[in-house]
Design a protein around this ligand. Structure first.
Ligand SMILES: [Fe+2]
Length: 605
């Protein structure tokens, strides 16, 4: 999970929770009738320039994706249970929709404008390019995001949608584009039913109705109407390349393996468990040590007061799990590594199911809990050597890097400190801010200090969110970070290259009515491969999707990371919704993927 909820800026009057979908001619069914009641919603997610053309039903081209020829076969008992649950669920939806939905769960807010889903797009080749694609940039840029295939039944949050990956393949200056749903177990099942069946984790699991939805969900599972044995994740947060695999990841499930075909299309191979070694969900932001090639990750469970830490060798062998005990089930979206340590945030956004019984959200900010960071040696086999350092009033959703400074006994952590801490999940009057900070953790004195890296302008510090440092220097001291300027929140009006030492900011603005997302930095490699010697930290290119809300066109921008000069723009054949995180897989790594795909296709046929 990641990202943004909005402060208010545009006022719209709506009377139907899916009116934006209905007005667009959304072809999907399930349009509950809501009592007429004017609801004045303030939001920045709604675009006043929504396209006039109707929304097209997702284009499903895979044979096994046909929703009409693959209906589930039920016995009489299952049919009876399914009918009872469906009727109960319809009544529940009607009841829920009689009240104004929370802004954080209102589909009119959450999937309006360029957050609205798009259909799949098979490969379109030889796209028009303005400028010149850098010669050294060969490979595929993959970006994940939430893109619901089926219309929400009731509540929906920006992070609840099915994972969709957008792929831009670059081959010696020739560029192609495709986007595909990730064929998760839940999506495959929902396609058979022809509608949404799994609860939306944030949008629907709220208050008493959320509890009832959980009961219905598990009753369907007990009756064999839904199969939960292979997870229920949406795989919509990030894309990671590790040990020859391209993995789409979200933190509530196992990753899903993807492969890229020779033409640049995206194929879901399946739910990936690291050859049977993975037994629990893993972070959507695992960290790969650029020198050792090891992958480090965390896992949390909304019902357990501990998290798990483990890692994989470069060849994919999993370490034993280390249980990190906490005072409450805690949400941990991201973490950091240094050369020798893993930095584990134990912050104040926690899960408390009893809050649902009281009628609220199970994800809350617990002011009574102490925020702290744990510093654990990477190869620990238990938690006994962890050093906990209190980090008052600190909540970071994302961390960009960390490193050790032995001369002062400090671990330095670079992250964006978000306030209010739970405002992604719950409505808050205070506007959301995410401030780039340097945090110093003294391993001897256990002292914590924090400073904002970028100076205020007119009394305001810019919100800087999704982005990164040079991935070849993760865990080592870095000078530059490339981050999205998340203003006006939650939209991204530009990208910033920040000097982490001086606080100097170089900024690239997309222009009036134009917004982007996570800037992805592709570091230049030296002639010998991935090594860094003799290559400047900021040598490389930034890739970012940009959408123009006036023309309703999307493009890929390629910038020189040294001076932020635009080297090339690629006109994309269809709209790319604002999304989450991505990666770039170089052509030489892709080669193995392509061959493997071919083998699998031949075997399957
Ligand atoms: Fe994230």
């Amino acid at each position: 999970m990641s990202m943004f909820m909005a402060p208010s800026s545009i006022s719209i009057n709506l009377t139907h929770p899916f009116s934006s979908l209905v007005n667009l001619g959304h072809p999907l069914n399930n349009k509950p009738v809501r009592k007429t009641k004017n609801t004045n919603i303030q939001c920045t997610l709604h675009s006043p320039n929504f396209p006039k053309q109707p929304y097209n039903k997702p284009l499903i081209t895979n044979e096994d994706s046909d929703t009409t020829n693959n209906k589930p076969q039920w016995n009489p008992f299952q049919k009876a249970i399914a009918s009872i649950i469906d009727n109960f669920e319809s009544a529940l939806n009607s009841r829920e929709l009689q009240q104004p939905l929370r802004k954080t769960a209102d589909p009119r807010v959450q999937i309006s404008g360029n957050y609205f889903p798009v259909p799949e797009r098979p490969v379109v080749e030889s796209l028009p390019v303005t400028g010149t694609v850098p010669e050294s940039l060969n490979g595929v840029y993959l970006r994940n995001g939430a893109n619901p295939m089926f219309e929400p039944l009731a509540g929906y949050h920006l992070f609840d949608g099915d994972g969709m990956v957008h792929a831009v393949k670059i081959n010696n200056g020739v560029v192609s584009y495709a986007c595909r749903f990730i064929q998760t177990e839940r999506l495959v099942q929902e396609k058979k039913h022809g509608r949404a069946m799994f609860p939306k984790a944030i949008g629907e699991l709220y208050g008493h109705i959320g509890i009832l939805r959980l009961i219905l969900f598990y009753t369907r599972a007990l009756a064999g109407i839904l199969d939960l044995r292979r997870g229920n994740g949406v795989a919509n947060v990030s894309v990671v390349y590790f040990n020859g695999k391209i993995l789409a990841v979200s933190e509530e499930d196992f990753p899903y393996e993807l492969q890229i075909t020779p033409t640049g299309d995206i194929v879901t191979v399946g739910r990936y468990n690291f050859d049977g070694q993975l037994k629990c969900a893993m972070s959507a932001h695992p960290k790969i040590d650029p020198q050792s090639g090891e992958l480090f990750t965390l896992s949390y469970d909304f019902s357990k007061s501990y998290m798990k830490y483990f890692w994989f060798s470069p060849e994919g062998k999993k370490s034993p799990e280390v249980d990190i005990h906490l005072s409450a089930p805690t949400m941990v979206h991201d973490f950091a590594i240094t050369e020798n340590f893993v930095v584990i945030p134990d912050q104040q956004v926690v899960f408390n199911i009893s809050e649902m019984i009281k009628g609220g959200s199970p994800v809350i900010y617990d002011a009574a809990k102490k925020s702290r960071f744990g510093i654990l040696p990477k190869y620990s086999t238990d938690e006994s050597s962890i050093i906990w350092i209190e980090t008052p009033n600190t909540f970071c959703f994302h961390f960009w890097n960390a490193w050790e400074e032995p001369e002062t006994n400090e671990v330095v952590v670079i992250g964006s400190c978000m306030t209010p801490p739970d405002s992604i999940f719950n409505e808050r009057e205070e506007g959301l801010k995410s401030v780039l900070c340097e945090m110093r953790l003294n391993l001897k004195s256990c002292k914590f200090t924090r400073r904002s890296i970028v100076s205020e302008t007119n009394g305001e510090v810019m919100s800087l969110e999704v982005g990164m440092v040079n991935r070849n220097r993760i865990g080592r001291k870095t000078r530059f970070a490339y981050l999205a300027v998340a203003e006006p929140w939650p939209k991204v009006s530009g990208l910033a290259k920040v000097d982490l030492v001086s606080g100097e900011v170089k900024r690239h603005n997309y222009g009036d009515g134009r917004f982007g997302g996570e800037p992805f930095f592709v570091p230049r490699e030296n002639n010998n491969g991935v090594g860094e010697e003799n290559v400047r930290e900021d040598e490389g290119y930034i890739l970012v999707f940009m959408h123009d809300e006036k023309t309703w066109k999307s493009e890929l921008q390629i910038l020189n990371a040294v001076d932020l000069k635009v080297e090339a723009t690629v006109q994309l054949p269809s709209r790319v919704p604002y999304g989450l995180h991505g990666t770039f897989v170089e052509a030489k790594k892709l080669l193995g993927q392509v061959l493997e795909t071919k083998e699998k296709v031949e075997v399957k046929n």
